[in-house]
Design a protein around this ligand. Structure first.
Ligand SMILES: [Zn+2]
Ligand SMILES: [Zn+2]
Length: 267
């Protein structure tokens, strides 16, 4: 299995996962050209993409989805609610009927060498999901960003993953003392907002205990977080929970504008 966050942050998100003959993109929240470029930087030919999975309709996740689907003739998978929201806002432009595919929560989908299971995430969008990918018998990769709080659905999807991109959006003190107006702060901190560094650390503790070997912290706020703060806080929580980080699990912050160092799992 190959896993690589291409861009990650409040200004755009995309991750590529590949196994055997199947290569999928999860979100494409930058221009088509930028995504193509980061794919090539990751060593992936954009033409080899099998599908794009969309988590939700916010522009930091869908900006390049339509253009990539039209350019490379690839289907787009999203929940019914996300499709309705995209259609309402014209979020992905015109998509050929046979490239519009629906996914449903907890309903696994076999796509070549990957088995994909969408799971519910608590976030202020029409019908947002995270994705869990099964490669082979038991090798799991998860993309879980835009999470208001650690719901049981998020926890059970993430625990057991070998590799994951996990939201570590903000430092609560930086957000509280930062430039955002009070009501926006409340929305980010709310149950349908974004995951703070501390909570990312709590989830990371559960995941590492269950055997996660590679963790990317992502979707960092530009204004209310910093890579060193996110990493420090997550490690502090791991220490408090008596989980030794970095020993068996490598943790890093996914890069905002460039592809991150990829993870390979040969089995
Ligand atoms: Zn969002
Ligand atoms: Zn987002």
């Amino acid at each position: 299995m190959f896993f690589c966050p291409l861009v990650s942050g409040s200004s755009g998100n995309a991750t590529v996962i590949s196994h055997g003959k199947t290569t999928v993109l999860i979100d494409a929240g930058r221009s088509g050209c930028q995504i193509d470029e980061t794919l090539r930087d990751a060593g992936v030919d954009p033409k080899q993409l099998t599908a794009i999975f969309v988590t939700h309709e916010h522009s930091d996740h869908v900006q390049g989805v339509g253009i990539l689907s039209r350019r490379h003739h690839i289907p787009i998978y999203a929940t019914e609610g996300t499709w309705a929201a995209l259609d309402l806002r014209g979020g992905v432009g015109k998509i050929a009927a046979d490239h519009r595919r629906c996914v449903a929560v907890k309903r696994s989908l076999d796509l070549g060498d990957l088995c994909v299971t969408p799971f519910t995430i608590p976030h202020a969008a029409a019908q947002p999901v995270g994705y869990r990918f099964l490669a082979g018998r038991d090798h799991v990769a998860v993309v879980a960003t835009d999470i208001g709080y650690l719901s049981s659905s998020v926890e059970s999807a993430c625990v057991g993953a070998a590799v994951a991109l996990l939201e570590s959006n903000h430092d609560v003190d930086m957000l509280r003392n930062g430039p955002y107006p009070w009501d926006l702060q409340q929305r980010i901190l709310g149950k349908n907002g974004h995951l703070c560094n501390e909570d990312a650390g709590q989830l990371a503790s559960l995941m590492i205990r269950a055997g996660t070997r590679r963790l990317y912290l992502g979707h960092l706020s530009k204004d209310n977080n910093h890579p060193t703060v996110a990493l420090h806080t997550v490690k502090k929580v791991l220490k408090e929970n008596h989980v030794i980080a970095m020993n068996d699990c490598k943790i890093s912050v996914a890069k905002r504008d460039l592809c991150s160092e990829s993870f390979h799992d040969s089995f």
